[in-house]
Design a protein around this ligand. Structure first.
Ligand code: NAP
Ligand code: HSE
Length: 428
C-alpha cells in the first residue's frame, strides 16, 4: 500500500446530502483509515450562502469561492452535492481537467452530460463515480458495472422515485386521493416544494437513462426517455387495479431488444405477486434480468440524508483505495456499443382502459370491432352500470404495439357511444 496517509477532499454543497456526507465522514473517521489505509480530511466546503447557520460544522471550512478549491493542489477529491446543471457541470469538468477525482449525486447532470464527464475523467486518468445519482442508498451502478458485468442484461425496471411511490401507496392502501397524498408527501419532506419532476416522471426518467446506459453499454440520455407521470391516476383506477389483482406503480422501464433500446417511465399495473408490487411508501427498488444471473432485485431507501450519503461515501472509499493502489480511472465509460433507441410507437405493451359509454345494445360489439380493426386483442372486460344510461367499461388488452393502441383510441373517440376515455394505463 502506498504511503499516502491523508487524502484531502472538498465538498460542493452542504444541504441534505452534503450534511449527511459531512456527518458520516466524522462518524467514520477512524474506520476510514482501517478501511483504506488513509485518513480522509474534508478541507473545504463550498456553499452558496455564507450567512446560513451550519450546526456542527467548523466555519473555517466554509467558502463561497470555487478558486480556493480548484487551485488547491492538495485537494484530490471533489464531492459534488449541489445539484442542477450549472455551475455543477463546469466545476466538475474543471476538477477532472485538473486531475481531481469527482464523486457526484447529481442525476440531472449525469443523465444529460454523462458521456462528456466520463470522457474527461478517462482523459485525465481519474475516477468519476455517481452511485448516489440513481437510487440514493441502493447500490445499483456498481452492481451493473461490476458484479453483473458478465451478463447480457435485457431488462432493468425500477421504482426509482420515492415521492410517487409514497403517493401511490397512500392512494392504494388508505384510499387517499392524489392531492391529499401529495400534500402528505410534501409535509414529510419527500416531495420538493415544486414536485413537478417527481410527479411527472422526470426524476425517474433521468435515473432510468443512467441505468439503461450502463446496463446496455450504449449511451441513453434523458431526452431519449418517454415519460408520463401519475397525476391522472384516480381512485377508480385503483379500484380496478384491485379487481384485476394488480397494484399501480410508477415504473422506469428499460429493455434491450433486437430492434433497439426501449426506455420509458409511466404508471403501470403490476401483478400483486411481482416483487416490485411489495415495494411500499417511499422505498425504491430496481429489478434486473441478466442472461446468466436471471432475476435480481435491489431494494432500499432511494433518498434522504444518510442513505444518499452512504452511497456517496462508498464512492469516496473506492476512490481512496484506488489512489492508494495507483489504479485510478480503472472503470470509466462502459458504453462501447451504439444501439439505436426504439421509437415509442414500436414498443409493445398491454393496456388497461377505462371508459364511460352509452348503455345500449351493440355498444360493446362496436368497441370490440374497433379494437379488432386496429389489431388490438382484448384479454379481459368488466362492465359496471354507473347510471341508467351509462356503463363503465374496464378493458385489459393483450400485448400490442403502441401505435396500434394510439390509432384504436383515436378511432374510439369518434364513436358517439363512447362518452369518455377516462384512463389508459399500461400493464406490466
Ligand atoms: P440541497 O439540500 O438543496 O442542497 C444544495 C447545497 O448546495 C446547499 O448547501 C447549497 O448552498 C449548495 N449550492 C447550491 N448551488 C450552489 C452554488 N451555485 N454554489 C455553491 N453552493 C451551492 O440539495 P440536496 O437534496 O442535498 O441534493 C444535492 C444533490 O444530490 C442533487 O443533485 C440531488 O439530485 C442529489 N440527490 C439528492 C437526494 C436527496 O435525498 N436529497 C438523493 C439522491 C440524490 P446553501 O446551503 O448555501 O444554500
Ligand atoms: N425526489 C426524489 C424522490 C429523491 O422522491 O425519490 C431524490 O432523487
Amino acid at each position: 500500500m502506498k504511503n499516502e496517509k491523508v487524502v484531502k477532499a472538498a465538498l460542493l454543497g452542504l444541504g441534505t446530502v452534503g450534511s449527511g456526507v459531512y456527518k458520516l465522514t466524522c462518524r467514520q473517521a477512524d474506520e476510514m483509515e482501517r478501511k483504506t489505509g488513509a485518513k480522509l480530511e474534508i478541507k473545504k466546503i463550498l456553499v452558496h450562502n455564507m450567512q446560513k447557520k451550519r450546526e456542527g460544522v467548523d466555519p473555517s471550512l466554509l467558502t463561497d469561492c470555487w478558486d480556493e478549491i480548484i487551485q488547491d493542489e492538495e485537494i484530490q477529491i471533489v464531492i459534488e452535492v449541489m445539484g442542477g446543471i450549472e455551475p455543477a457541470r463546469t466545476r466538475i469538468l474543471e476538477a477532472l481537467n485538473a486531475g481531481k477525482h469527482v464523486i457526484t449525486a447529481n442525476k440531472d447532470l449525469v443523465a444529460e452530460y454523462g458521456r462528456e464527464l466520463l470522457d474527461a475523467a478517462e482523459k485525465h486518468g481519474v475516477d468519476f463515480l455517481f452511485e448516489a445519482a440513481v437510487a440514493g442508498g441502493i447500490p445499483i451502478i456498481r452492481p451493473l458495472k461490476q458484479c453483473l458485468a458478465a451478463n447480457e442484461i435485457d431488462e432493468v425496471i425500477g421504482i426509482v422515485n420515492g415521492t410517487t411511490n409514497y403517493i401511490l401507496t397512500k392512494m392504494f392502501e388508505e384510499g387517499m386521493d392524489f392531492e391529499e397524498a401529495l400534500a402528505k408527501a410534501t409535509e414529510l419532506g419527500y416531495a420538493e416544494a415544486d414536485p413537478t419532476a417527481d410527479i411527472e416522471g422526470l426524476d425517474a426518467g433521468r435515473k432510468v437513462a443512467i441505468m439503461a446506459s450502463i446496463a446496455f453499454h450504449s449511451r441513453v440520455t434523458f431526452s431519449d426517455v418517454y415519460t408520463e407521470g401519475i397525476t391522472k391516476i384516480s381512485a377508480r383506477d385503483i379500484f380496478y387495479a384491485k379487481e384485476f389483482g394488480n397494484v399501480i406503480k410508477l415504473l422506469g422501464t428499460a429493455h434491450n431488444t433486437e430492434e433497439g433500446i426501449e426506455v420509458a417511465v409511466y404508471p403501470m399495473m403490476i401483478a400483486q405477486e411481482h416483487p416490485l408490487a411489495s415495494v411500499r411508501d417511499s422505498f425504491n427498488a430496481v429489478f434486473v434480468h441478466g442472461d446468466a444471473v436471471d432475476d435480481v432485485m435491489f431494494y432500499g431507501r432511494g433518498a434522504g440524508e444518510f442513505p444518499t450519503a452512504s452511497a456517496v461515501m462508498g464512492d469516496v472509499i473506492d476512490v481512496i483505495r484506488d489512489i492508494q493502489y495507483h489504479c485510478t480511472g480503472r472503470i470509466s465509460c462502459t458504453c462501447y456499443r451504439n444501439t439505436p433507441i426504439k421509437s415509442m410507437d414500436e414498443v409493445r405493451n398491454k393496456f388497461f382502459l377505462r371508459m364511460q359509454v352509452e348503455n345500449k345494445p351493440g355498444v360493446l360489439a362496436a368497441i370490440a370491432s374497433v379494437f379488432g380493426e386496429h389489431k388490438v386483442s382484448i384479454s379481459k372486460v368488466i362492465q359496471k352500470i354507473v347510471a341508467e344510461d351509462t356503463a363503465e367499461l374496464a378493458i385489459v388488452t393483450d400485448t400490442v404495439k403502441e401505435y396500434h393502441m394510439k390509432d384504436a383510441l383515436e378511432h374510439l373517440k369518434k364513436l358517439d357511444t363512447v362518452w369518455d376515455i377516462c384512463s389508459v394505463i399500461r400493464e406490466y
